[in-house]
Design a protein around this ligand. Sequence first.
Ligand code: AMP
Ligand code: GLY
Length: 422
Amino acid sequence: MNILIVGAGGREHALAWKLKQSPSCQHLFIAPGNAGTALCGTNLPVEVNDFEGLKKEVIKNNIELIIVGPEEPLVKGIADYFKLNEETKNVKLIGPSKHASQLEGSKAFAKSFMEYHKIPTAKYIGFTIENYKEGIDYIRGHSLPIVLKADGLAAGKGVLICQSHIEALAEFELMIMRSKFGEAGKKVIVEEFLQGIEISVFVLTDGKNYVLLPEAKDYKRAGDGDTGLNTGGMGAVSPIPFFTDELREKVRKKIIEPTIAGLRKDEMDYKGFVFFGLMIANNEPYVIEYNCRLGDPETEVVLPRLKNDLVKLFDAVATGKLEDIQVDIDERAAATIVAVSGGYPGEYQKGKPITGLENDPVEDSIVFHSGTIREGEDVVTNGGRVLAVTAFGNDIREASEVGLYMMEQLYFEDMSFRTDIG
Ligand code: AMP
Ligand code: GLY
């Protein structure tokens, strides 16, 4: 079948790389893609939120399956758009409905979903301009640190961990009274701080059944030793040694199963990935956030460890037959290291030629492109995160050593990467 991936990052390159291996994948298209996805299929010059543009390409290219990578088109309702359109209603789409995508699109929605379905999460209260004064009193009496979260999508910037009441009150005012995070951010969740270790857990669901994918951990800070600013992710590893069978069972019973049951009870149309951002505190799992998509760079370690034919998995999701599927996972460890442009996550330059891409990678290792574009003969940088090098090993340490060795073969001006992933 002909397949379209919507997106342009390392996650989408990993999806393209994996889908291309399936005998059922005929023509693969990526909109808009990058120089890496162009090695797996045909890039289409259509942006991820241009639903009409995407629809035209779907019809023109006889596309039967669409996989939506990033959250923004999902939260804007891309799944409903294709389903409600006469010409595209039979196209299979991997990604939840607009309603269900609110689990990521609105933190208030996600919190009340968890409260209602008794899914462990940090204690919280939601505030708007209506109950602003009560919010001030609540913050004054809250233990430290205090977590403030803007309700809507804020490109990863909408969560503030405040170490003092003064800071929390100032930020609370900026968010509600001065729209620091836009209109959607005028609704604020004030939340208890959970002390623990974070982990990313992924499932693929058809709305009734689910399969558990390999878990991962991402490294969000820009610098070695978890220092510096928060980024979209500087690397990831899988599996996680402390994610024991006992903890996995707890996560299934206390988090995943009540979530899937909740989606059904609330009649949410969900065919796609659920990404659980979990905090493990005292060996108990809590949901920090839901995402309605795969993570980036987590996908770059999760999909290489998945041995199943991904087209078959997606077909089972779309037809509601996921109960027939067993997932088969590579026992080896995988690590991905992200090369970023100088200055990222602040301002950075684009258009720097990348060298070393022609080198043969170490066996089984893969160079995924996150932000690249082809310019004539050259591949040049086109984003903050530029490349994600994924390597395998008997354990995480070995995998990351191979990844570092490969990274040293690659170069662009002002390139930087963490040397301590894993
Ligand atoms: P989110 O956008 O909800 O994933 O939050 C961004 C980051 O803030 C998370 O990855 C955590 O590191 C941190 N965080 C969010 N909520 C909490 C919480 N209740 N307690 C501790 N850390 C949190
Ligand atoms: N790496 C975190 C995310 O994709 O949201």
